[in-house]
Design a binder for this molecule. Structure first.
Ligand code: ZN
Length: 406
């Protein structure tokens, strides 16, 4: 049912029967388009019941190729124990421990479908691990360019999955430059190489969009009032918004939409800055520093689409400091039993701020995305213990005339 690819800038159509990266005319991101009318006639949301609990349960709205699957997707939608209207979508339970599994399962599926041999990726960490795992499962070579200070788990998992790893002294943007340089070489053309950078190929968005389908299905086909999404490259935000449009065309939901909220680290907040300044694209963030490595993206390629979605959904963009993020990581672990990635815990920081400001009312249904498991950040979180606020010591207080600690 995949009919073509469409440029998100100029609207030009491209064939979907061969590997494509970005629009040759204006470098716009290409979206996969389907014959939704035909899907609507032959498939309904009721037919999802009883299907395998992976993202491939939505294969009616995914490219028709033999999936490279490790069981990704259909992660739990956990009701918060602290806030009665909040749900935590726990992406830490995906293969390789993060939401990146979805996009890379779809991208590697299509790479194998097209007979590609070597996949290159610049990654801040978790995407590298996911590409390495899915490439191993598909029998394809993964070539990974990651900053040398990525969390230890990402480096080690890539090694064990048999990926070719290049550690770069710089940020993900410097890694992307390495991949770009490689693209100009002769071997690139001759040896079946392909760049699976965030939003520079059309299918990672397709994998990530399944988060939007799951939010709707798991909430009984009702939209929440808000979705808080830790935004590095922003593929999931793009994907979920695309999913909502598709679901409306399929008649699975109505025209209602959640407010889409981007949360970034105060040490790297290009989208927050651009949103506050009312701009339609972001500027390169200089000297990006944050322990939430997945948010250390100085200029997301899909910034124009992210900013559009924030505006059209009446959403907003919030920054969280590393101190707030570490405190929230600890708080979620103690309160909810969820050991989140720091990026994920940033959602809690944003939610608290939006409650205080009145942006959300306590009764608004809000979905907070935990994008990965904290287990992949043990070295990062351990090193940051010193910087985290010390838990308050029990203070003496009066209880019924008795003075004592509690
Ligand atoms: Zn274009």
């Amino acid at each position: 049912m995949l009919t073509h690819l469409e440029c998100t800038r100029c609207g030009e159509h491209y064939p979907a029967d061969r590997p494509q990266s970005v629009c040759p005319k204006d470098a716009g991101i290409l979206y996969a388009r389907y014959d939704l009318d035909a899907i609507k006639r032959t498939f309904s949301s009721a037919r999802l019941a009883g299907r395998a609990p992976t993202m491939w349960r939505y294969d009616a709205v995914l490219p028709d190729a033999d999936p490279v699957s490790l069981g990704e997707g259909f992660t739990p939608m956990l009701p918060s124990r602290e806030y009665s209207s909040v749900f935590i979508k726990d992406e830490g339970l995906n293969p390789t421990g993060s939401f990146k599994a979805r996009g890379l399962s779809a991208a590697v599926t299509m790479a194998r479908h097209f007979g590609l041999k070597k996949l290159a990726i610049p990654s801040a960490g978790n995407a590298a691990g996911a590409l390495a795992a899915y490439s191993a499962a598909a029998g394809i070579e993964a070539h990974i360019f990651m900053p040398k200070d990525v969390p230890m788990a990402n480096r080690i998992e890539c090694d064990y999955y048999g990926a070719h790893v290049t550690l770069v002294d710089g940020l993900i943007s410097d890694c992307a430059k390495k991949v770009a340089a490689l693209k100009d070489s002769e071997v690139w053309k001759n040896d079946g190489w392909f760049d699976v950078s965030t939003t520079k190929e059309p299918y990672r968005v397709e994998g990530k969009k399944t988060m939007g389908y799951e939010v709707a299905e798991q909430l009984g086909w009702r939209m929440p009032q808000g979705i808080i999404y830790p935004t590095g490259g922003g593929v999931g935000l793009l994907g979920m918004w695309k999913a909502f449009e598709e679901m409306e065309a399929l008649g699975w939901i109505g025209p209602e939409r959640p407010k889409m909220i981007t949360v970034q680290s105060a040490g790297c907040a290009p989208i927050v800055k651009a949103f506050e300044e009312g701009k339609s694209s972001s500027e390169m963030w200089t000297n990006a520093t944050t322990l939430a490595s997945g948010l250390r993206v100085p200029k997301p390629y899909g910034d124009y689409l992210i900013l559009d979605i924030l505006k059209n959904s009446n959403g907003t963009a919030i920054a969280a400091t590393d101190e707030e993020i570490v405190e929230a990581t600890r708080h979620w672990a103690k309160t909810e039993g969820i050991f989140a990635a720091p990026e994920g815990a940033a959602s809690l920081v944003a939610y608290r701020k939006l409650l205080v400001s009145g942006f959300f009312k306590p009764e608004d249904t809000v979905v907070l995305f935990n994008t990965g498991t904290g287990l992949k950040y043990l070295d990062v979180l351990d090193a940051s213990v010193a910087r985290a606020p010390t838990p308050a010591k029990p203070e003496a207080r009066h209880i019924g005339g008795i003075i004592g600690p509690y």
